[in-house]
Design a protein around this ligand. Sequence first.
Ligand code: SF4
Length: 257
Amino acid sequence: MASLQKIRRKSLLYKSKVAFADFCINHVEGCSHGCRYPCYAMMMKKRCGVISSYEDWCRPKIVENAPELLERELSRYQGRIKSVHLCFSTDPFMFGYDEIGQLSLRLMRRLNSENIPCTVLTKGVYPGEITLDEGMCRNEFGITLVSLDEGFRREYEPNATRFEERINSLRYLHEKGLKTWVSMEPYPTPNIIRQDLLKILEAVSFADEIIFGRLNYSPRTRAFPHPEVFYKDQAKAVVSFCKRNNISYYIKDGTLT
Ligand code: SF4
């Protein structure tokens, strides 16, 4: 396993502005997955001067005082937290960093003990030790999946887990009875990769929910003629697949316009 630098922070929980998440925690600075869509979190951290470069972003630093901060903030927000998302600006089950996954589980268990459910999203794999117990059954476990093509993954998500392993890890949790979801965002335009959306949907047809969203901030998507027409068609296909298979769905704002 890779070794990690440690940092300390003054706060952990913050109120989210995203529709499906009430509060959020990001207990790691940076992310070794190094996505090249590009990663919005990396762009923001660079703009604010928190990180200096892509290489700096790819060297994650764990927030070592995250458990103490959570204790303090749970008392402060008592009764006002409906759910917590892990994470918007890092990956809670970063591939190759077991220490990050263990800290994520510790924070989730503490939140669950206060009857607070978590939504989790990763491009890594979930640890086998997650079982359907009283706490974990409240949570929703997600993976990001925008392709099945490993060539695309190596270019755009160079250090994340292979797609097949990601899907297998999610299916494993589903088979244990846990709630699962798939984020198909940022979905690439055909000038980046030609692929069959239905094949991707079929690979995760066991999931309880699918979220679909367009790729933003990419010059290649901007160069694609009429991306709004493409995304409208793909979103329709997602909706009709989900209806046919009794899967909940959500089309992200801005995808259809
Ligand atoms: S996994 Fe998420 S946080 Fe990490 S680099 Fe990729 S987009 Fe950014």
